[in-house]
Structure formats: C-alpha cells, structure tokens
Design a protein around this ligand. Structure first.
Ligand code: MG
Length: 273
C-alpha cells in the first residue's frame, strides 16, 4: 500500500496511490491520525482521481522527532575520511524542517553557502517502541519513504554537533508517499540514488547499511521511546557533493532527486533567497 498526503480546500487529507490514481480516504485526519489508528485498512474510499491532477504535500505534517544516523554506509565513511563507527552515530533534525515532494528546499545565502544533499531510506514508525528487541523491531515500522538529509556543511562542521546545519527550515524532504512493509518486506535490498540536474551523484543499495533497520530501531528504543510518526533517516551512501574534489554544492534552481527502488522518486528544486 502507498499512502500520500494532499490538500483539499486547504485541509490536509490522506489518500492511497495506485498506479496513476489517487484514491482519497473518507477520513477526517492527516497521516499521523492514520498511523495512530493502525493504518488505512478499513477506511472507506472516495472516488479515485488522476494522480497528475493532485498536488501532494509532505508525507507527514506532524512528528515528535526526526532521528538521523550518520556514517552508516562504509563507502561514505571512507570518502569522509572517518572511522567506521562501533555504535550508531545519532543526531536529530527538528520537525520544523519537514518538506514535501516537489516543494522547494530554501535557504538564505547569508546563512549558508554550502548546502549538500544526502539520499536516505527513511523509516516511519507505526507503533510506540520502548526497548524493543531487534528480532521484533520491524513490527514497529509503519512504512518507508525517500528522504533527503539536506545539510549545510559550513554550519555542520563549524559546530561541535550537527543540529544547526541539519535543521534549517525545508532541510528534510520526505516522499513522495509512504510504502507499507507489505510491499517492502526486506528494506535491505533496495537500490538508492540521488540525481542532481539529471546527473547521478549517489548510487548504492541499502544492502550496504552498516547498522540494519531493526538494529537501529532496537538500539534507539533502548535510549528513548519511539512514537508513531517518528522518522529515522538511516544514513547516506558515497557521492555527496561536499566530499567531492572540487566540492559540488546545491545552487538556486537546481533539481535534486532521491530515488529508492520499490518506493519512487522524491523531487525537489532549490531556492536561494
Ligand atoms: Mg545523513
């Protein structure tokens, strides 16, 4: 099942995506409300509409936290000249940086001049998880989507920790929809790439993750409770712009696409103000 948010008469609604159609749910609530009721199964459906006529919004309007994992692909660790971590490197992005498919990643030139992209598999939590064992951790997953851990490198590396450079408004595009685990029983065999203005920048597979999705959910839930609608960004593979020689940073008008096999394409353009 593929579940998306869209707006009707200015109000966020939820619908199912099937091929080139969006089937609105006959349901008063947003994606988090759907997650809290245990999913979209059993909700009456409205007549389908052609998907190209619908403007999707972000897959989540609300979340309690966005947890991101740094250095979770070996090739990315090498390009950053870092050491392979023995425990996951964890940081957070503020919920205020959520952005939707086809919305604009926006920043001020006076704040940052080194904005980079990071293609990531995003995990959306479906059930409260506190100290959940790794063996059953996937039961806490509501679904998966494409994420872009947009990063202001100048701010990130100027600070002792990364939250400022990772949390500028619009710096967490997610989408275009959430795919439920019935369609992705194994999240560790998915092709993942980023494409900048038509040129492939990152191309890898989630089989290369150092720490697996169930390990991460179990590990994180030992330290803090994961709540429905929480987001885990699982890390990015090699090929980000800032570690290239010379570096490639995002510019006004650029189009950056994150594509994950079995999910789809998250497309965003850039606006520098
Ligand atoms: Mg990242």
């Amino acid at each position: 099942m593929r579940i998306a948010q869209f707006k009707k008469d200015g109000i966020v609604r939820v619908g199912l995506v099937e091929k080139d159609q969006l089937i609105p749910l006959d349901f008063n609530g947003d994606m988090l409300d759907v997650i809290l009721r245990g999913g979209a199964e059993g909700i009456p459906l409205c007549p389908p509409r052609p998907l190209p006529e619908i403007t999707l919004t972000g897959v989540l309007s609300r979340t309690s936290k966005i947890i991101a994992i740094g250095l979770n692909y070996r090739d990315h660790v090498r390009e950053g000249k870092m050491k392979v971590p023995e425990v996951p490197v964890i940081f957070s992005k503020f919920p205020s940086c959520l952005l939707g498919h086809k919305e604009k990643i926006t920043w001020s030139r006076s704040v940052t001049q080194q904005v980079d992209f990071e293609a990531e598999l995003a995990v959306i939590i479906g059930k409260e998880a506190c100290d959940i064992p790794e063996e059953t951790a996937l039961s806490a997953v509501f679904g998966y989507t494409c994420g872009n851990d947009v990063s202001a490198r100048d701010l990130q590396f100027a600070d002792g920790q990364w939250v400022r450079g990772k949390s500028l408004d619009t710096f967490c595009p997610l989408g275009p929809w959430i795919v439920t685990p019935q369609e992705i029983p194994n999240p560790h065999c998915l092709g993942i790439k980023s494409v900048l203005n038509g040129v492939t920048m990152q191309s890898c597979t989630t089989a290369e993750l150092i720490f697996s999705v169930p390990f991460l959910i179990s590990f994180l839930s030992r330290h803090f409770t994961l709540l429905p609608g929480d987001v885990i960004l699982t890390g990015t593979p090699m090929g980000v712009g800032g570690f290239r020689e010379p570096p490639i940073y995002l510019k006004d008008g650029d189009e950056i696409v994150v594509e994950i096999e079995g999910i789809g394409q998250l497309v965003n353009s850039c606006l520098v103000i």
